[in-house]
Structure formats: C-alpha cells, structure tokens
Design a protein around this ligand. Structure first.
Ligand SMILES: Nc1nc2c(c(=O)[nH]1)N[C@H]1C(S)=C(S)[C@@H](COP(=O)(O)O)O[C@H]1N2
Ligand SMILES: [Mo]
Length: 405
C-alpha cells in the first residue's frame, strides 16, 4: 500500500490531472478521435519506431578519417544495461572489413602441441558459452582530463556498450590444441587492414576470455567484428580484437605498436605505464545528463550506469551538491561481474542549482576517484583510463551541463 500511494504521488507530479468526463472519453476512444486504421504490414527485420530517429550513434570530428575513427553510444537514451546491437559504439582502426564467414579462418599456433586452423563450423561444434559484459574503449573520456568538453554523456562516456556475448571459451580451445610449457602470453590479431594485434596474458585467456560469434542473440554485427572477435571481460576495449584471425602462443609479450606507441599512459615524470589492461570502476549519471533541460519541478528519478573491470559493482552513491553529501543509490538486478549495472536514485528538484555526481565501489573495495585524485597520480599527459567522477550542473532554469566540480 505504501508503494502504491508513493507511485500515485509521482504520477500526479509528472502527468496532468483529468476531470471525470475527460477520463471517460479517453477510455472510450483511446484518447484519439481517429478510427483504428490498419497498421503497417509485416517486416522481415524490425527497426526502431520512426519517432526514435534521433537515437543514433554519433561520431566526432577528432579523427582525420572516417576509417580510423570512433562513434559513441547514445547512453542518455538507453534503458536497463544491454546496448542494442545497432547502437553499440564503434572503434575501427582501418574501417569495417566485409568478411565471408565461409572463407574466414582462425589460426592457432606458436607454443602449442597441435597448431590448428579453425573454420566457423569447427568453432560452432564446441559447447557455446554466453556471458554479459561491457566493452569500454580506454580512450573513453579522453577529452575530459583538463576541462569539461563533451556536451552530452554520449560524448563523455559513449565509448562504452554492453552485450550478451556467445561463443567458445578460449580455455576450451587452448586445451584442445595443448599449450606447451613456458607459454605465458598470446598474440591476438585481427583480419582488418591494420591487422590490429595485442599481447594478452595466458592467465586471462584461460580465465574468462571468449571467442565470440554472437552478440545479443544474433551473429556479431560487422562493426563488432563479424564473424569472430575476442572478448576479454573487463580489459580495455582495444584488446578485444575484432575480425579475429590468429592466436599465437608465446613466452613473452609481443610489444606490438598498439601496446608501445599507443595504449600507454605518459605520467608527469616522463615514464609511461604499459599494459594497463583492466578498466577500473567507473559510474556516470545518464538521466539527467549534459545537454538536457529539466522542464518541471518535483519528483525526478536520477539514473545511471556503473561498471568495473575487476568484478561486480557493490555500491553506488549519488550526490546532488557537488560531492559534499552522498547517499546510497539503489542497484537494479542483475548485478553481474564486469557488466553494466543500472542504479536509480529518487530526487526532488525544487528549482535550485545542483551538481549531480555518482561514485561507485566494486567488489574489491576500489572506490571511483575524483578527477583531482586521479590527476594527482596520473598527471594530465594521459589519454587513456579516465575513470573519474562525472559532474553535471543543473542551473536554476533546468539546463544541465558538463562541469568539473
Ligand atoms: N581488429 C581490430 N580489433 C579492434 C579494433 C580495430 O580497429 N581492429 N579496435 C579496438 C578498439 S580500440 C576498441 S575500443 C574495441 C571497440 O569495439 P567495438 O567497435 O565493437 O565497440 O575494439 C577493438 N578491437
Ligand atoms: Mo579503444
């Protein structure tokens, strides 16, 4: 009963009250005077309502070409924790190759007993595994180190998406080919123009790595690596090699371009961090967020996402006064390891200025840092791994903007 009363008070705050006559008329004709016309015919593959046309990935003009580029997931428009396949962010170093799965092969060689070439059919004969995990580009938020830049949460945090991945456990495959003693690292290589490659600790490959051929129930999208990609739960996006064509087992890292010239973090003392694999815990409020306008005062749920590359999210706190006071948000099920977790926080806006922030804790006890704390240890030369607390300023006219609090 308490819940019901509470719901009604929210409904009244948000909607408009109806007189009894209006209510009866609305019930009789569905609130519409038109007769019920026939609808559209069947379609072989569904697409979103035309009214949702503005919910799209957007690219920025930061990169010189459309081939080595990225676009961002519209986090502000999404619900729950799963990213629809057509809105999954893209980061491509050399465009999206078109690969015929009948022609595609995966070569597994190096320090193995039985080097092998797998067809897609060979891989599908293994027992499939499915798991829900986020992929986050370690460059997510790169514009935010020195000053608030992205106008929307799409631009500040949208190199982040989450899907249910299905494929073969890398451990199953590697056990099948037999890993030789002395093996410690695996090179994963893509079949795209740059043959993008990264070194991955064998331990990670034997733990929870997946060679995925499906995403949210259907074959991978071309942009996500069709027909095959590596999923390394919780590791930086770059290592989740798409269009996977080769795994080479070795005894040491391969020191590829993507882990030496790129994907390292230059510290203030001139030294660079290398092999920064894990995406540390991070959270962001998506509703309301930058670029939005709050029109009405009163009850308004704050909602957002939290995630950690080290495991499950344990706690999320929300502050509406720029970090002076924090209160626990409610975590929505399912709360999965290395997956996006949705949090909600009831809020009442009475027209005063506010600074909205979220702060998360993961199962290891790690607490999401403020930007000042992060900059103290990393300096401002870094491009990658910005996981600081995000602040949204709400002006007294309801305008929401990106600020550094
Ligand atoms: N072969 C290949 N794999 C790749 C890339 C690429 O350009 N080529 N981009 C990487 C980067 S930097 C990221 S962040 C993720 C992005 O995955 P998505 O495009 O499916 O979102 O893929 C990674 N895997
Ligand atoms: Mo990336």
């Amino acid at each position: 009963m308490a819940n019901r009363r509470r719901f009604l008070s929210v409904a009244l705050a948000a909607g408009s009250t109806l007189a009894a006559g209006e209510l009866a008329r609305a019930a009789a004709d569905g609130g519409d005077d038109r007769p019920n016309a026939l609808g559209a015919p069947l379609s072989p593959y569904g697409s979103p309502s035309p009214f949702e046309r503005s919910v799209v990935r957007v690219a920025t003009t930061l990169t010189p070409t459309k081939f080595s580029s990225w676009d961002f997931t519209p986090l502000q428009d999404l619900h729950g924790t799963i990213t629809p396949n057509g809105l999954f962010f893209e980061r491509n170093h050399g465009g999206v190759p078109e690969i015929d799965p009948a022609e595609h092969r995966l070569l597994v060689h190096g320090l193995v007993d039985n080097p092998a070439i797998f067809t897609m059919d060979d891989l599908r004969r293994y027992p499939p595994v499915s798991a829900i995990h986020f992929v986050e580009c370690s460059g997510n938020g790169l514009t935010e180190w020195s000053k608030p830049t992205g106008k929307t949460v799409q631009l500040t945090h949208g190199l982040l998406s989450c899907a249910e991945w299905t494929g073969v456990s890398v451990s199953t495959l590697l056990r099948d080919v037999g890993v030789k003693s002395g093996a410690a690292w695996v090179l994963a290589e893509g079949a795209d123009a740059p043959l993008m490659d990264r070194s991955i600790p064998l331990e990670k490959m034997m733990d929870d790595a997946i060679i995925a051929y499906a995403q949210n129930g259907e074959a991978l999208r071309p942009e996500q690596g069709y027909p095959l990609r590596l999923i390394l739960p919780g590791f930086e996006g770059n290592m989740n090699v798409k269009w996977l064509r080769r795994l080479k087992v070795g005894s040491a890292p391969f020191y590829t371009r993507e882990e030496t010239a790129k994907y390292t973090d230059l510290l203030a003392n001139g030294q660079a961090r290398m092999f920064t694999f894990v995406m540390e815990a991070k959270s962001v409020i998506t509703q309301p967020s930058g670029g939005m306008q709050i029109h009405a005062r009163g009850e308004r749920a704050i909602s957002g996402l939290a995630w950690s590359g080290r495991g499950a999210i344990r706690r999320v706190e929300v502050s509406t006064d720029g970090g002076n006071r924090w209160s626990a948000a409610q975590l929505q099920e399912p709360i999965l390891s290395k997956a996006l977790t949705r949090f909600v926080f009831p809020w009442k806006w009475s027209g005063e200025e506010a600074v909205l922030q979220s702060r998360c804790y993961d199962e290891t006890g790690y607490v999401q840092p403020t930007l000042a704390q992060l900059v103290r240890v990393r300096g401002v030369n870094s491009v990658y791994h910005l996981n600081a607390i995000q602040s949204w300023h709400v002006a007294s006219d309801g305008t929401v903007t990106n600020v550094h609090a």
